[in-house]
Design a protein around this ligand. Structure first.
Ligand SMILES: [Zn+2]
Length: 350
């Protein structure tokens, strides 16, 4: 859609079928496929032995730097995976200055559409490198062969615009925006249009049909490009939604399917902002993302601990100003949250 704000270049994205088998016909040889062990088992046959795999076993940046010399030489890199493999593929392609082709195997995160690799340094996320893929290949059969819950969970990467905007407006009203990121209505309006454009397709995304795949992937593509085009400014696409996820990760040490804790964070943030919380909760439920703590291997007590300590966490972590910095989250708030979620999803069985 036309906008006063030039969002600039988005990664070339191709939707189709049988796309893996085409890779050996055009990628620069020798071809290195960066993927996860289980995905290699699943997809190796498509490449007919014409590529060399590198199976990801770490996303630690220092470890990867040391390992680079041992990874077979290649004229191009193909990333094949949900998130981590695509990030490692970016890192290898960037380090070697060779062309990159990305093949997402599920719609879990917007990693295929971002320039930088989210690696860990000393256990903390840092986004490093620069990799613009020649193309992102979205193969309908590949995506549809992933667990539906994984594909649906990617909705978090767009629904989070809602809480991001509420946070940015709050920061503006409080005079607490960062000097480098003054409130920009054009960015907010652009993101809002993308979010609104997804609304008619919630059932398609739930069904993981072609329309749903196109809609969600195209929205994620916008997010990846706009982060860069806005000068690496995340204000219009991310806020308390992701902070809740970071806090849960920090306090529990658990690994998550990204979309579950982020969608929980969207509900928490909407409630704190008193901004369309019921609507967001019901949309998340309709797409089919289970945000009950038990569905992510957590207890309500763990969620309560993370939320009650959210303010201290975001302050210590130096995250950008929003509702998490000022809201006093009480056990009563968490009890209300639990009641709302249980009313919609039902109690956790067993
Ligand atoms: Zn995210």
């Amino acid at each position: 859609m036309p906008s006063l704000f030039a969002t600039g270049h988005e990664f070339t994205t191709v939707f189709g079928r049988n796309l893996l088998a085409e890779i050996p016909h055009f990628a620069h040889r020798p071809i290195l496929v960066v993927t996860m062990p289980d995905l290699w088992t699943k997809f190796a046959a498509h490449f007919r032995g014409e590529v060399t795999p590198y199976l990801v076993h770490t996303i630690d940046g220092d470890e990867l730097s040391r390992e680079l010399a041992t990874i077979p030489p290649s004229g191009s890199v193909v990333g094949l995976g949900g998130g981590q493999a695509l990030d490692v593929a970016k890192f290898v392609a960037w380090s070697r200055r060779v062309p990159l082709f990305q093949i997402p195997t599920a719609m879990t995160v917007d990693a295929p559409f971002g320039h930088r690799a989210g690696l860990r340094y000393g256990g903390l996320v840092r986004y490093v490198g620069w990799a613009v893929p020649e193309a992102v290949y979205v193969d309908f059969d590949v995506i549809q062969s992933a667990p539906p819950a994984l594909n649906r969970s990617g909705i978090c990467e767009v629904f989070c615009f809602h809480t991001a905007h509420a946070d940015w407006r709050l920061a503006r009203d409080r005079g607490r925006t960062e000097p480098k990121w003054p409130y920009d209505e054009r960015l907010v309006a652009g993101a809002r249009a993308v979010l609104d454009g997804l609304w008619p397709h919630l059932d398609d995304i739930h069904a993981v049909n072609e329309t749903g795949i196109r809609a969600l992937m195209t929205a994620m593509r916008w997010a990846g490009a706009s982060f860069h085009n806005a000068g690496w400014n995340p204000r219009h696409i991310e806020g308390v939604d992701h902070f809740v996820f970071y806090a849960l990760e920090y306090f529990t040490g658990k690994k998550f399917i990204h979309g579950q804790p982020v969608c929980l964070g969207i509900v928490v943030g909407s409630l704190l902002h008193r901004d369309r919380a019921e609507e967001m909760l019901s949309a998340i439920h309709r797409v089919g993302v289970d945000i009950r703590p038990e569905a992510m291997g957590l207890t309500w007590a763990q969620v309560e601990h993370a939320l009650v300590n959210l303010r201290r966490f975001v302050q210590d972590a130096g995250l950008w100003y929003g509702i998490a910095h000022e809201a006093e989250i009480t056990p009563a708030f968490v009890a209300d949250l639990r009641e709302r979620i249980t009313a919609l999803y039902g109690p956790w069985p067993g």
